[in-house]
Design a protein around this ligand. Sequence first.
Ligand SMILES: CC(C)(COP(=O)(O)OP(=O)(O)OC[C@H]1O[C@@H](n2cnc3c(N)ncnc32)[C@H](O)[C@@H]1OP(=O)(O)O)[C@@H](O)C(=O)NCCC(=O)NCCS
Length: 166
Amino acid sequence: MIRTETLGDAAAIEAVTASAFLNAPHTDHTEQFIVAALRAAGALSISLVAEDAGSIVGHVAVSPVTISDGSSDWYGLGPISVLPARQGEGIGTALMRAAITALRELSAAGCVVLGEPAYYGRFGFKAAPELVLPGVPAEYFMAVQFRDGALPDGDVFYHAAFAASE
Ligand SMILES: CC(C)(COP(=O)(O)OP(=O)(O)OC[C@H]1O[C@@H](n2cnc3c(N)ncnc32)[C@H](O)[C@@H]1OP(=O)(O)O)[C@@H](O)C(=O)NCCC(=O)NCCS
């Protein structure tokens, strides 16, 4: 079952996030702190958990991003986490689809994600050279747009909570 986080879920979300990223490549192992800092800042625009038999086994966060060209209503997806023992069962896919539905419900203009093109391409994310995350190779930074027209063009900045380290 995918549902919005509720009061009391924070510790379980932190545990799932820390364990998902424990052996992941390209991580500083700060993802659980980022989720907590986003929540504390009121910047968890979307926070969905995957629950199975009363336990939280997955989580996805979405927060607002700013773009240097002034485009509004753009969001960043991540971190997304599934308990290692439950990966490969489709839980991540269910979280991704629910996050995209929730973004549309928010009337988002679009969403960016940093990660594996092979994974996020399945959900409509494409490399978007117009959108630059400074310091990151362009092929790993992708966007999906929910409105017609040209993509924004500029540098993308995640919420300050992404600097959280404890
Ligand atoms: C990425 C993650 C959320 C996917 O969740 P999941 O429940 O395992 O995903 P699903 O079961 O829905 O999908 C699995 C499919 O995606 C593929 N996949 C999973 N992680 C992938 C990755 N990093 N790159 C490419 N493909 C990946 C699997 O090979 C599988 O393919 P298949 O359907 O052809 O068998 C999960 O593996 C995870 O928590 N990883 C550690 C944390 C992490 O790296 N998060 C993403 C940061 S960008």
